[in-house]
Write a protein that binds this ligand. Structure first.
Ligand code: SF4
Ligand code: SF4
Length: 458
């Protein structure tokens, strides 16, 4: 027999069930509101701030350059990035194992912008809950003026967010320059920005909680990331059941459905922990209000753990937390070790493609062709000095004597290593090659390879 699953935002027919939540302005809502405003100011404001003379956060994928609180990293610094990815993933895993989906309810841009920017505008124009639903059922011509105002405001905010996105990707000073030059001077970026604005508008104007319920991979992983000791928003069924009208049942839940009416994903928390629950705490606030009105203790819905509700002992250090903690430390160590130990230049030595391993020059000498890819990691010029460490008998031939790299410049430099045939003590063979490139005593890079040739009888 086919199994059916009830989805809070989908009718049995498969049609979208639109959610018209009421807002409960209780204690947790007020706390979340201030956290949300702080995050919004931070998110929109950070690209306009400087740290140590550079944009505080910049994710310049085009130039494969990332600026994070005064540090500049390039995409080829894989160890630092691996460390960061491990650190970031482990932080989310630890946070989730300890506090459930606290990120979703308090810090996810979807929740923050939806509940504290877009929904308040909509409810200001259309009302809330049932009255909003009724207002939306009237003829389109009657609601058109307010809908136009709503979508004008939505699109204006989407444009601000989309431009903020550009500031993170290309830099705020470039954004100002592009605005001054006009849209057609930077057409591809302009249309990219418009596309992102339309996408943001679509997300907050229409798609909304569907992203939490069906798209977000973090939400999907919740069932494996949480355990019975994770703090979640939970209904205390022991205390609440049997539910019923006030005075007609021994349970504290008076079945008023207010916790369902405030839920932005349309679920009933009394059915237990569900994938759609974004831990927004609205049901806590409204139920506390109900409990206060009927003279019962607050906390029928509260932050709690499944273990505590089953009166099992509290366990903080679980095996999963120890494993996540280990990954966290490895990530932190990689970031620290490779981040702090990084040099002001990056260099790699390669053999010239399409060239012979070695070429004979005259009767007694060989040359090997190499290419060095070098990058200045600083935003100031650097002069490089070169030294051939091994083999001492060889000669290093560079096209220019002294090389100066401009700020963040990448360059490929051809070089030749000349060897005497008598230095090879076999038929075709190789000798280790070591070149040192230095800026100063703290910024030196050793490059290793092999040079080829043979002992000639000529
Ligand atoms: S708000 Fe509280 S009392 Fe009302 S239905 Fe929900 S859990 Fe029961
Ligand atoms: S069940 Fe409660 S905490 Fe979860 S999404 Fe709904 S209102 Fe928010």
């Amino acid at each position: 027999m086919a199994r059916t699953v009830d989805l809070s935002t989908v009718e049995a027919s498969g049609k979208r069930k639109w959610i018209y939540p009421i807002v409960s302005r209780g204690l947790w809502y007020r706390r979340r509101k201030w956290a949300a405003y702080a995050l919004i100011i931070w998110l929109v404001g950070v690209p306009w701030t400087q740290w140590d003379g550079r944009q505080t956060l910049l994710f310049d994928f085009y130039h494969r350059k990332f600026q994070v609180f005064g540090w500049t990293f390039f995409a080829n610094e894989s160890s630092v990035f691996l460390g960061f990815v491990l650190f970031f993933i482990a932080s989310i895993l630890i946070l989730t194992a300890l506090f459930g989906r606290v990120f979703c309810g308090w810090a996810c841009p979807q929740t923050v912008f939806m509940e504290f920017i877009f929904r308040p505008i909509e409810q200001w124009l259309e009302g809330t809950g049932l009255s909003q639903k009724r207002w939306n059922q009237q003829e389109y011509s009657k609601k058109l003026p307010r809908k136009l105002v709503k979508y004008f405001l939505f699109f204006s905010i989407s444009m601000v967010l989309s431009n903020t996105f550009i500031a993170y990707l290309f830099g705020s000073h470039h954004l100002i320059k592009m605005i001054q030059e006009g849209p057609l001077s930077n057409a591809s970026i302009f249309f990219g920005m418009l596309f992102v604005a339309v996408l943001i508008n679509f997300q907050f104007g229409w798609f909304r909680e569907q992203v939490c319920a069906f798209v977000c991979p973090y939400g999907r992983l919740q069932s494996i990331l949480l355990d019975r000791h994770s703090v979640i928003v939970a209904y205390d069924a022991k205390r609440g059941e049997p539910r019923g009208k006030l005075g007609q049942t021994s349970g504290d839940c008076i079945d008023c459905h207010k916790c369902v009416q405030v839920c932005p994903t349309g679920i009933d928390i009394r059915a237990g922990l569900q994938l759609e629950c974004i831990h927004c705490t609205q049901c806590i606030d409204v139920c506390d209000e109900v409990m206060t009105k009927i003279g019962k203790p607050i906390g029928l819905i509260a932050y709690n753990t499944q273990a505590a509700m089953a009166e099992k002992p509290k366990v903080i250090f679980r095996p999963r937390l120890l494993i996540y903690g280990l990954v966290f430390l490895i990530g932190g160590f990689l970031m620290g070790a490779f981040g702090l130990g990084r040099k002001s230049i990056d260099a790699s030595l390669h053999r010239e493609a399409g060239r012979n391993l070695f070429e004979k020059v005259g009767q007694t000498e060989f040359v090997n062709n190499f290419k060095i890819n070098i990058q200045n990691r600083l935003d100031e010029s650097q002069k490089l000095s070169w030294q051939l460490i091994e083999p001492p008998s060889a000669e290093l031939i560079l096209p220019e004597g002294e090389i100066e790299l401009k700020p963040e410049e990448k360059r490929s430099i051809q070089l030749l290593i000349k060897m005497k045939s008598e230095d090879f003590h076999s038929e075709v063979g190789s000798i280790p090659l070591k070149i040192k490139i230095s800026v100063d005593a703290d910024n030196q890079v050793d490059l290793n390879s092999k040079i080829f040739g043979y002992e000639s009888d000529d």
